[in-house]
Design a protein around this ligand. Structure first.
Ligand SMILES: C[S@@+](CC[C@H](N)C(=O)[O-])C[C@H]1O[C@@H](n2cnc3c(N)ncnc32)[C@H](O)[C@@H]1O
Length: 244
């Protein structure tokens, strides 16, 4: 089936009215001199398109085209996007760092609804929050920093989620979890990995490994586990392990 992409233009003011009045998601193509050009995949009866394009297989990725629209204090999101609120603070974990992004990617792929999750080095609580949004039944975030534990609690509340945030090291935790996520660094893994590995029953996601050298060091410490996946971004690596 040939899919059509209709491009319309409206003044900023008319565009605002349009998106308040119509619940359809739109893709903003460009904003120029007070005019917003936007694309939709069905004809809008009362507007004249500036362009109509026929698209090929591209339409299969149509959801990727809907980027968040920021207007004043509002961010307009299509319903399949999940907002994560992180208050600016002292703890690591704004989502900008590749190590955090790799963990989120791995969690999205491997976390199954109902899993219990331990987030080691939770920082702002970002990975704990994402785990809960992905359907984890119980999430515990631990950190050795007081600032991190306080901000993990604040951010959990801000997102309306029930997450336990504790000041603790992996050695202080006695129970085990379906999945453990830990975005630390190689020097810390060398110290604490022996206490982290027994905490997961099924999957472990480990990030914060810089360059091949860290990755190889880490691999030598987890020879008894199956490597499911290695993810890379900007020379940072994350590794997903399965208990065998
Ligand atoms: C790189 S940050 C990761 C923050 C967040 N999880 C993220 O992915 O953006 C690492 C965090 O681990 C914490 N940390 C360092 N050593 C730790 C340990 N032995 N046990 C628990 N947390 C630790 C630090 O305080 C810091 O908040």
């Amino acid at each position: 089936m040939k899919i059509k992409r209709f491009i319309y233009s409206l003044s900023e003011e008319e565009f605002l009215e349009f998106i308040y009045e119509n619940s359809m998601p739109v893709e903003v193509v460009k904003r120029q001199e007070g005019v917003v050009y936007f694309a939709v995949y069905k004809k809008i009866d009362h507007l004249k398109p500036v362009k109509v394009e026929e698209i090929g297989d591209d339409w299969k990725n149509w959801k990727e085209k809907y980027k968040p629209i920021e207007i004043e204090d509002f961010i307009i999101l299509p319903p399949w996007k999940k907002p994560v609120f992180i208050k600016p603070g002292l703890a690591f974990g704004t989502g900008l760092h590749p190590t955090t992004q790799l963990c989120i990617k791995a969690l999205k792929k491997h976390l199954r609804r109902g899993m219990g999750v331990l987030d080691v080095g939770t920082g702002s609580g970002i990975l704990a929050i994402v785990s809960k949004l992905l359907g984890a039944s119980y999430v515990l975030g631990i950190d050795v920093s007081d600032d991190a534990v306080r901000e993990c609690k604040e951010n959990a509340e801000l997102n309306g989620l029930e997450i336990e945030c504790l000041k603790a090291s992996p050695e202080d935790i006695s129970k085990s979890f379906d999945l453990v996520v830990a975005n630390l660094e190689i020097q810390i893994f060398e110290e604490v990995l022996k206490d982290v590995l027994p905490k997961f029953e099924e999957l472990g996601i480990f990030s914060g490994l810089y360059r091949e050298e860290d990755l190889e060091k880490f691999k030598s410490m987890v020879k008894d586990y199956k490597i499911l996946e290695i993810l890379e971004k900007e020379k940072w690596f994350a590794i997903v392990l399965k208990k065998v």
